[in-house]
Design a protein around this ligand. Structure first.
Ligand SMILES: Cc1cc2nc3c(=O)[nH]c(=O)nc-3n(C[C@H](O)[C@H](O)[C@H](O)COP(=O)(O)O)c2cc1C
Length: 192
């Protein structure tokens, strides 16, 4: 009888310990950034960057903002690639559907973009130039199709001379089985 009691006690302690560690890991950022408001602004054409932005939102408990253009890009891949090439070469900044009205409330802004022609999308350029990000901590992230971030983070930092731009993360499309872990480690190692 005593043996069974001891066994149940040990199982209970292990279960409580496991649940505590799990909860602590998931809530880590919510606890670290209680008074620092976090925004996750992203543009996504085919859903990959949105998928990663939502993961970051869950980990940081920040607010999500989808950057949307007034114009619609062609659904056809070759057509959008051609259009994006022209836009990159002319440094085009498309008009956005909406602005963040309460940007003053945020101290930390994650900015996510797909890589288009080795750099950020024109929509993200518009967002950065139209939003007052002076003095804020900016954390870039991007998804790509195999070429990596290329100039994305360097170009973003150039557009943000008055912000503190931290190390970005680059993810191949929607990532893989270790992406959650990679994002957690990346956030943990940021100077925030
Ligand atoms: C117009 C266009 C240009 C692209 N240029 C690149 C590139 O230079 N390097 C790269 O690795 N992937 C490139 N890709 C692939 C995308 O970066 C990749 O699929 C990304 O994950 C898409 O994100 P999204 O689903 O959020 O739009 C390009 C895709 C498009 C549509």
């Amino acid at each position: 009888m005593r043996k069974y009691f001891l066994l149940i006690l040990i199982i209970t302690i292990i279960t409580i310990g496991f649940l505590y560690v799990k909860d602590n890991t998931e809530n880590k950022k919510g606890a670290i950034m209680p008074e620092r408001k976090v925004l996750i602004a992203y543009y996504s054409y085919s859903g990959n960057t949105k998928y990663i932005a939502e993961k970051i939102q869950k980990m940081t408990r920040g607010d999500l903002f989808e950057i949307k253009t007034v114009k619609t890009y062609p659904k056809n891949y070759n057509e959008v690639v051609e259009e994006a090439k022209k836009e990159k070469n002319s440094d085009y900044r498309p008009e956005l559907q909406s602005k963040i009205e309460n940007i003053n409330e945020y101290n930390i802004v994650f900015i996510g973009t797909p890589v288009w022609w080795y750099t950020m999308t024109p929509a993200v350029k518009s967002f950065i130039t139209e939003t007052d990000l002076k003095g804020k901590t900016i954390i870039p992230f991007c998804t790509h199709g195999g070429g990596g971030a290329s100039s994305t983070f360097i170009d973003m930092a150039k557009l943000l001379p008055d912000s503190k731009v931290l190390k970005g993360i680059e993810i191949y499309e929607r990532g893989n089985a270790s992406t959650d872990k990679d994002i957690n480690i990346w956030i943990d190692n940021l100077d925030i």
